[in-house]
Write a protein that binds this ligand. Sequence first.
Ligand code: PEP
Length: 256
Amino acid sequence: MRTPFVAGNWKMYKTVHAAVAFAKEFRSVVKDITGVEIVVAPPFLAVHAVADALRNSNVAVAAQDVYWEKEGTFTGAVSAPMIKEAGAELVIIGHSERRRLFGETDQTVNRRLLAALAANLGPIVCVGETLEEREANRTLDVLDRQVKVGLDGLTAEQIADLVIAYEPVWAIGTGKVATAVQAEEAHAHIRSRLRQWFGANAADHCHVVYGGSVKPDNIAELMREPDVDGALVGGASVDVRGFSDIVIRSQVSKRS
Ligand code: PEP
């Protein structure tokens, strides 16, 4: 049985001050919640301070991106060892906003992923089709390519520990959530490919979480699907009440 996994991606919201204030309030609201892995991903500048504010709590910290070199003449980039030392345990890789706005490709996703694993950071790898690709009936082909190229070179053990976020691009920040049936179809497909390429143990343990306009009122329905193991939440994760409601409902609906 996979433990529900819920991560909040704050994108480019919250100053260091606001991020720490959120972390302090949030840790006390969720302190008694067990049986769900909870993660927040602040902007880079706030990673260290938020990790400090969440030390010895049940909430882990993720960075939103990582560069594949360890150090060097790469102005503006942040490496995996730097993120790890700042106190993050995970990192989001290949978010569709990085793909669309910053030239991320399946190949660069793979380089970042290998660098994250080498630094002992837990990757959350994002995949998902655009509206155009869905309408052209290419969703499953796109997912195959993103998973195959993005995860190239990983061992079955590394896949077992991985989090893959299925985030249909047309559902991100649009208020248009995929139906539970659409989400399950994509998740089950991803898991079947993992089984084919990396074996049953890897496929059974890998978390496949859904992202795209997740809110307190739609998380339960999504979580009832057998292959939906949690959520990557954007807009609804910047509010303490809203995000903690999502965390609580993700757990309750998986049990029922
Ligand atoms: C995201 O940023 O990963 C995301 C899913 O955003 P939203 O929840 O706002 O659609």
